[in-house]
Design a protein around this ligand. Structure first.
Ligand code: GLC
Length: 693
């Protein structure tokens, strides 16, 4: 464990420390002095604050004093490579979310970092967003539930987490300038809840402003979001940092709630919150008390990290972290389709397996943008299959290539010829961080690239004993082959052990339990964000969230649009039965009131498995336009064959509320509701009527 050799001068009397500082010293603390460091005050023994990406591993060291993000190519900056956040979310496992944060907190501390730039928690609004793999869900309740536990995990290691990117950073297209436009109800019900919970329930120590604008003002210094809502309404006591080079105005950043300006430009003294801010204070355009507040917020977080009692920490065990990556990967994989139980593969009946696809041998860790990781290792799907398929001949054909100069028809023909002789064919396709799932760009459509559709169709033609495994961080169009393909698995950028996890699922050594946290539409045009150019990618620098609260399953449900695979969908090798739904009361009558909801789940199949059950609330005859169902609870339980377990959830008045724009506050409608228990948003098993008075 690298002892945090930062000076511990920042005692608890931060006020006096600030009073003792010159304006120049105060300002040196509130802007970057290196790519991933804010300034310190040598005279007072205050060292720079050290921040680091990223949300699923500790970013490798970059050359600190150039504009570009270039690797320093050191040999001491390897990291755990956990499955990306969308994979973590697909486990619906709150304990894993905590352990995920804890793992990152310990590795961050070991690398001398003080603030971890994660979790990312933006709502997944469009299948085209290049950073969907870095976020959790289309649903605010699921996002906030997992983000809060992730933050607890990080901060229990004495490392500050950073909830990002506040707010409405839901596309990479024109990300530095686009202005997100939405009504207040949509903001409050969909795009703020995860950040609000991160502050109020997570106690998050830092927030990162988004690059984009919100209603015409940059998020990194947006008075409404940062002052009115984050600091005044929610009482946020940590600090707000800008995204890198996301600051655009000195007076606004001085007055609108930005506390730390980060960036890569090397002219540190000319940052908006550097010399120009000193001038603004001297010209009385920004008050000294605003500067003092920024400095105090940063010193408080420094104090939290530097005075943390490291003796309480677990000894760093990287093998344990690597093994945790396998545990998450096993539970993140979603079995989308499994006709006539082709899966799990029966080892004795599989003498030869043909693995096809560039993604079978592809590694992903080091790409994707700021969330990149120099993984201690990364097991590819082919390696995983070779590791786990004992006694089976494993043959590999590329089948397709990412290089357009390669002969696609020849590669396809080779795969087809090999497929004719294999007992089973595993096609591993999908996307990658070079061209699709990455920061800075959005995809232009939902189609699988590199001729994968042609390949899959050609293979299933000659051998119907085949499985398609998709490695990607977002939905893809499957229409060309989904009906002909007996089994489809959604894997993700599934971390350093993703290949082993996939192989274990294929063999049934692990029973798949992952469930979708985003809807997989049949066609892009079915997506609620894609009704017009205004709605995505925006026109004239503005993107209008015309779907309002009807994002994700709220849209497909309400408008009765059938998706390819719905929110909460995921199959198992066993079966589960739901029964005996009970509520502790049938009427909610006050703010503090709550209803305990219990029901039973029985494993009625022959193998152990885990089931994720979901609790939705439906309004009956509501006078306000609402989603048909909203997720307000979930649970994951592991059951052996024939085991039965009682699930306990509870709902309170806030779960029945909607945001009333005319009153500008959260309200609930008196009247009838239904509490609905489902294994997905479409598969409802139990329901019970309740009243809210
Ligand atoms: C990037 C990302 C942000 C990241 C930061 C530092 O542009 O938007 O998520 O933490 O800059 O690399």
């Amino acid at each position: 464990m690298i002892e945090n050799n930062k000076t511990k001068t920042i005692g608890l009397n931060i006020e006096s420390l600030v009073l003792n500082m010159t304006l120049e010293e105060k300002v040196s603390i509130i802007h970057a002095s290196l790519k991933f460091e804010s300034g310190g005050v040598k005279r007072l023994g205050i060292d720079n604050l050290v921040v680091s990406d990223g949300p699923h591993g500790i970013r490798p060291e970059l050359i600190p004093d150039i504009i570009e993000f270039v690797q320093a190519n050191r040999d001491d900056d390897f990291s755990v490579y956990l499955p990306t956040e969308l994979a973590l979310a697909s486990t619906w496992n709150s304990e894993y979310a905590y352990e995920f944060g804890k793992t990152l907190g310990l590795e961050a501390r070991n690398r001398g970092k003080e603030v971890l730039l994660g979790p990312g928690m933006n709502i997944i609004r469009t299948p085209l967003n290049g950073r969907n793999f870095e976020y959790m869900s289309e649903d605010p309740f699921l996002t906030k539930s997992l983000a809060v536990r992730y933050i607890h995990g990080v901060q229990d290691q004495g490392i500050a987490a950073c909830a990002k990117h506040l707010v409405a950073n839901n596309q990479e297209c024109e990300r530095f300038t686009i202005s997100a436009e939405m009504d207040e109800r949509t903001l409050q019900e969909i795009y703020l809840p995860a950040f609000k919970a991160s502050v109020i329930k997570g106690g998050v120590k830092s927030i990162m402003g988004a690059y984009n604008q919100f209603r015409g003002q940059y998020c990194c210094h947006n008075d409404y979001i940062l002052n009115r809502i984050l600091k005044e309404k929610w009482g946020f006591e940590g600090f707000v940092m800008s995204d890198w080079n996301g600051t655009h105005d000195t007076i606004e950043s001085g007055n609108n709630g930005l506390d730390l300006e980060m960036g890569t430009e090397q002219d540190w003294n000319n940052y908006y919150m550097a010399n120009p801010l000193i001038e603004a204070v001297e010209n009385k355009e920004v008050s000294m008390s605003k500067i003092d507040d920024k400095v105090s917020r940063i010193l408080k977080v420094m104090s939290f990290v530097r005075n943390f009692d490291v003796s309480t920490l677990e000894t760093l065990d990287t093998k344990k972290h690597d093994n945790f990556a396998l545990k998450v990967a096993r539970e993140s994989i979603v079995l989308l389709k499994n006709d006539n139980q082709i899966l799990p593969l029966k080892p004795f009946s599989v003498k030869s397996v043909l693995v096809v696809g560039a993604n079978a041998t592809r590694k992903h860790a080091i790409e994707g943008g700021s969330s990149q990781v120099k993984a201690r290792y990364e097991v590819t799907p082919l390696e995983g299959i070779q590791n786990r398929f004992e006694g089976t001949e494993v043959i590999y054909c590329a089948g397709y290539s990412e290089d357009e100069n390669d002969d696609a028809a020849l590669l396809r023909q080779e795969a087809v010829n090999a497929a004719k002789h294999a007992d089973v064919v595993i096609v591993v396709g999908g996307l990658n961080h070079t061209a699709h799932d990455r920061e800075y760009i959005d995809r232009v459509d939902m189609n699988l690239p590199y001729g994968q559709d042609d390949l899959i169709e050609a293979v299933v033609e000659v051998n119907s004993n085949m499985v398609v495994a998709i490695v990607a961080g977002t939905p893809n169009n499957m229409n060309r082959w989904i009906d002909k393909t007996p089994a489809v698995i959604q894997s993700w950028y599934n971390g350093m052990e993703g290949g082993n996890a996939l192989a274990e699922i294929l063999l049934g050594k692990v029973n798949p339990s992952g469930k979708l946290t985003i809807t997989f539409p049949k066609e892009l045009k079915d997506s609620p964000a894609h009704t017009s150019a205004k709605s995505y990618p925006g026109v004239d620098g503005q993107v209008f969230y015309e779907e309002g609260i009807f994002v994700g399953y709220r849209h497909y449900d309400f408008n009765e649009v059938k998706p390819q695979f719905c929110f909460g969908h995921g199959l198992s090798y066993t079966s589960f039965e739901y029964s005996n739904l009970k509520v502790s009361k049938s009427k909610l009558s006050s703010e503090s009131d709550s209803i305990n909801v219990t029901f039973n789940i029985e494993n009625t199949g022959g193998v152990a498995g885990a089931e994720i059950s979901q609790l939705y609330i439906m309004s009956i005859n509501s006078r306000v336009k609402k989603a048909v169902k909203e997720l307000k609870g979930f649970s994951k339980v592991s059951l052996g064959p024939n085991e039965i377990e009682e699930i306990n959830l509870s709902v309170g008045l806030e779960d029945f509320q909607h945001f009333d724009e005319s009153k500008n506050e959260w309200m609930h409608e008196t009247g009838s509701y239904e509490i609905v228990i489902g294994s997905s948003v479409e598969k409802v098993h139990l329901s019970v009527a309740v009243e809210v008075s």
